[in-house]
Write a protein that binds this ligand. Structure first.
Ligand SMILES: Nc1ncnc2c1ncn2[C@@H]1O[C@H](COP(=O)(O)OP(=O)(O)OP(=O)(O)O)[C@@H](O)[C@H]1O
Length: 933
């Protein structure tokens, strides 16, 4: 090390160093504990929203689902007191999937002489009953042979055709849904005059029908019975008939048909409320710069993410338990027939994956409005997927068939709602059971249990829907559990990456290849602030900084520029040639220099006040030094630690930003505890802060009130206190007393005066009085450059307009006489004003040697009778530097020309106005602001 004061060893007496010296893991866990306390406190404070997410949303969605189920059951089972009367008419021509698509009216089996004859008879009797001519396209004709394969949909409308084998009718109807109206299978014992048949019908499609399907079935039964009787010629022929619906897949046999088809949407919606709120919460903290503020206090980003993730996982945990409780309470099969823990795992895993997706979205998006929109988009996409793919469980497996491109499968598997949809279909199918379409027997599902988790779904559930009769390669439910897990891990990794490369509020970010740099990993896990090999000389040499002074630069500023490059200067903070150039817009090539080659050296125990007009570059300088904004050029060294070693620097910084960054729902005590916790302070120090700190900034009486109830000045005082937590060696206060009343402002000044010992403080202010009272040195900035630097007295001496004397003529004389006398004795005195009864004289800075003589003259000529208790007169406003005042009897009386008098030096405000005026004139001469193409 080149210089003693630049070394971090000078920090060692501070407790902060102990905190900094803790290893990665202890710091990690201390911060995590404090963040979890904060998050849970916030969730408790936002109790309405927390209740809505965890309890209300599963209750509402499940009750809604249950109500729909009940409504469907009611609609299906309602009493109709005056049913319509329908005649038993002929068999209407069938309709396919659409009004004009082809279909098959009736398929029969077996094909033999008996059945052919019966069907022919039926056709002719039906034609008669319908009153149509045989040439009509509405007539149902007997056609005999059926020429299509099992998987070929009808290309024209068929009348009455025979099926080639027993299962053909069933499989054809299944492979070509809603194309076959009826089927008949005969079992005829002609010798004994016994005619048995089974009639297949489609109970679900009643499109364009002239009567309800049961009336049509009855008409058809009547028609077939009549045909049999005609054919047998024996009215005593024994006819036995069975009715059978077309094959349907298992879910349609369940009572919970609404739940099976739409349940996934309700369960999904119940969990999504948490997801949207999660994104909103994190992005709002980003937008309000609350996260930045905690990170400035040393919070590790990974702790930040983990703390929110854990807090919301807890909410998700409750939400899933409430969902399950509701499922059991409403006796839903999906829950009753599942293992509690498997079901819990499925729902909880989905929630964890959605929260990981939420992290990813929050890392990319930076406004809360966009966050809500993105959340809603994801919700809608999820719902559409659920509606289109899962409203009929069969579609899921059709989708998974060999025909589906594997790219599509992989794309869909990136979307967690899709994976959840597949799992839910497994749940509903496994818990629902299956119906054998041929035998009509219902087999209860094995349930959604551990044992079934790793097996592909039993063939009975899916076999029949494959066109080729193969079992589609549907993976086991556990496969989709794993996919959800992989989703979650991938989202979290992307979160970490995006969090580093997406620019923060101030446009600072890491390069896209940051993770390849060993420095990045070193900075995370290393607890030492700087390596022993670090040399200030090398650091200075590396900076292409040693820029020559600007032409016309103030000599004090130039001297500072040289001093910071001197390694022997005892500086705790060195700022060398700091620059910030903003681009005017994304597509503009115009540039704007906000901070122009700032050089400053600050010693321990020093307060530097940075003064400047609005837009002079003060906050930008502070933001760069705080590490929230990237510099364009130059660097700064804080106790031997360069600016880019942010993790180390933050542990020695205290920052009071220009705008209060506080949690509306937390109170002052919680803020102090949070920030002290993040800095790793011991409990005794936290207690001391709560007592003495809150008292010092006069917040002890409102310490338990939420911040939203604070006035602007109260918030400001809390921000000042927070900046001093953890004994930071360097503190930045950006307009610390804005909005404070004069009494509280003085309390804060006193607090800062005490605080400055052994530290470096930079403050910006628009109050000249504040700068005058608090600072050891003042730097006046204009248009990004430091125009003047030095103690307030020095600035007044160098840039001030001199001294002012105010006096009132004595009772025995006239102002004219006094004026004439002064003009004669002190020609350097310039009469400024005599309009208000008082005479105001002004001495230029260069005539300051005349001042003592003038003061003696005033004292000698003061009126004895009026001088006692006469108030002094001073000019220059509240922040004027009064260097002497009179009004007392000097005892050496002359002509009693003056009744009373006062004197004031130039105020800092006047110095400031002069420097700003000069800077503006210079800018005008240069032809405008430093904008270059
Ligand atoms: N992110 C940004 N992009 C572009 N220009 C910026 C950005 N931030 C600040 N500036 C510009 O840089 C200049 C300096 O701004 P800065 O906030 O540092 O001024 P200031 O001296 O702190 O002013 P005030 O007293 O009003 O706080 C201003 O002209 C401002 O418009």
């Amino acid at each position: 090390m080149d210089s003693k004061i630049d070394t971090p060893e000078s920090l060692e007496e501070l407790k902060m160093v102990e905190a900094i010296k803790r290893g990665y893991l202890p710091t990690f866990f201390i911060q995590l504990k404090n963040m979890l306390i904060r998050n849970m406190t916030l969730l408790r404070r936002y109790y309405v929203s927390t209740f809505a997410q965890t309890i209300l949303s599963p209750v509402v969605f499940l009750v809604l689902m249950f109500a729909l189920q009940k409504a469907a059951n009611f609609a299906n089972g309602k009493t109709i007191n005056n049913p319509e009367t329908y005649p038993l008419g002929p068999l209407d021509i069938c309709r396919g999937v659409t009004r004009s698509s082809p279909c098959i009216n009736l398929m029969y089996y077996p094909k033999n002489q008996d059945t052919d004859s019966i069907m022919q008879t039926f056709a002719s009797q039906n034609l008669e009953r319908s009153g149509l001519s045989s040439s009509s396209d509405q007539a149902i004709k007997f056609e005999g042979e059926f020429d299509l394969q099992i998987d070929t949909p009808p290309s024209k409308t068929y009348g009455i055709v025979s099926a080639p084998e027993q299962n053909f009718i069933y499989n054809y109807a299944l492979n070509n849904p809603n194309t076959t109206a009826f089927g008949v299978t005969f079992d005829i014992d002609k010798a004994n005059d016994i005619y048995k048949y089974q009639l297949w019908f489609n109970s679900t499609v009643q499109r364009n029908a002239s009567a309800p399907f049961n009336i049509r079935v009855l008409s058809l039964v009547r028609g077939i019975d009549e045909a049999i009787i005609s054919y047998s010629g024996d009215s005593k022929a024994e006819i036995d008939m069975k009715l059978k619906d077309w094959p349907t897949v298992p879910p349609s046999t369940l009572a919970d048909n609404v739940i099976t088809s739409l349940g996934v949407m309700f369960l999904f919606s119940a969990q999504m409320v948490i997801f949207i709120n999660f994104i909103l919460m994190i992005v709002t903290e980003k937008e309000k710069k609350l996260r930045e503020s905690m990170q400035l206090a040393g919070l590790k980003p990974e702790v930040y993410w983990l703390s929110w993730y854990l807090a919301y996982s807890f909410l998700a945990f409750i939400c899933v338990l409430v969902t399950q409780a509701m499922g059991y309470a409403l006796s839903l099969k999906a829950f009753n027939n599942s293992n509690f823990f498997v079901m819990f795992l499925a729902l909880f895993l989905f929630n964890l994956t959605m929260l990981a997706l939420g992290c990813m979205v929050s890392a990319i998006v930076s406004s809360s409005q966009t966050a809500v929109l993105t959340g809603v988009y994801i919700f809608i996409i999820g719902l559409i997927l659920m509606g289109s793919l899962f409203s009929n469980p069969n579609f899921t497996f059709v989708w998974w068939d060999e025909g589906t491109s594997s790219y599509l499968k992989y794309i869909l598997m990136i979307i967690p709602p899709f994976n959840f949809g597949v799992i839910f279909v497994c749940i509903s199918l496994l818990s629902a059971g299956s119906l054998d379409a041929i035998t009509g027997t219902f087999t209860p599902g094995p349930g959604f249990k551990w044992a079934n988790l790793y097996k592909p779904l039993p063939p009975g559930f899916i076999q029949s829907i494959n066109v080729n009769g193969d079992v589609p390669p549907v993976p086991s439910p556990s496969y989709f559990f794993n996919v959800l897990l992989v989703n979650a891990i991938a989202f979290l990794v992307i979160t970490w990456y995006m969090d580093n490369v997406v620019p923060n509020h101030y446009g600072a970010s890491k390069p896209f290849y940051f993770f390849l740099s060993p420095k990045y990993w070193w900075s995370i896990f290393s607890s030492s602030k700087t390596s022993d090999e670090f040399s200030i000389q090398a650091w200075i040499n590396n900076l292409a900084a040693a820029r020559p002074p600007f032409s016309g630069e103030d000599p004090d500023v130039t001297a500072e520029r040289k001093a910071v490059l001197d390694t022997n200067a005892p500086y705790a903070v060195r700022i060398v040639d700091l620059n910030k150039v903003f681009k005017s817009g994304v597509f503009s090539r115009k540039k704007f220099t906000a901070v122009d080659s700032t050089c400053l050296g600050l010693q321990e125990g020093e307060i530097l006040a940075l003064l400047g007009q609005n837009g002079a570059g003060k906050s930008t300088t502070m933001n760069i030094l705080s590490g929230v904004m990237n510099k364009t050029a130059g660097d700064a060294l804080f106790y031997g630690v360069p600016l880019n070693d942010q993790r180390s620097i933050r542990s020695m910084l205290g920052i009071c930003p220009q705008h209060d960054i506080l949690f509306d729902e937390l109170n002052a005590v919680e803020h102090v505890k949070l920030y002290a916790g993040l800095k790793g302070l011991p409990q005794t120090e936290i207690d001391r802060l709560l007592d003495e700190g809150l008292y010092a900034v006069r917040l002890q009486t409102v310490r338990n009130r939420p911040i939203r109830t604070y006035s602007g000045g109260m918030k400001r005082r809390l921000s000042v206190l927070i900046a001093t937590i953890g004994n930071p060696k360097i503190a930045f206060f950006d307009e610390p007393t804005t909005g404070m009343d004069p009494v509280n402002r003085r309390h804060v000044w006193r607090y800062l005066e005490r605080f400055k010992r052994g530290r470096v403080i930079i403050l910006t202010s628009h109050s000249m009085e504040e700068a005058d009272v608090l600072s050891d040195r003042v730097a006046v900035m204009a248009h990004g450059k430091i125009r003047a630097l030095g103690s307030s007295i020095r600035l007044k001496n160098r840039f001030g307009v001199g001294y002012r004397f105010s006096m009132i003529a004595g009772n025995l004389t006239t102002p004219e006489y006094v004026k004439a006398t002064i003009a004669q004795l002190f020609p350097q005195a310039e009469l400024e004003d005599d309009s208000a009864g008082a005479l105001i004289y002004h001495f230029d800075q260069e005539h300051s040697e005349t001042i003592p003589e003038f003061i003696s003259w005033l004292e000698q000529n003061q009126d004895e009778t009026t001088s006692e208790d006469t108030p002094t007169i001073s000019r220059g406003g509240s922040d004027s530097g009064i260097v002497a005042h009179a009004g007392e009897n000097s005892g050496n009386k002359g002509q009693s020309l003056i009744s009373t008098w006062g004197m004031s030096q130039t105020s800092l405000e006047e110095v400031f106005l002069r420097l700003v005026r000069e800077a503006q004139e210079e800018q005008k001469l240069l032809g405008g602001r430093k904008e270059k193409n």
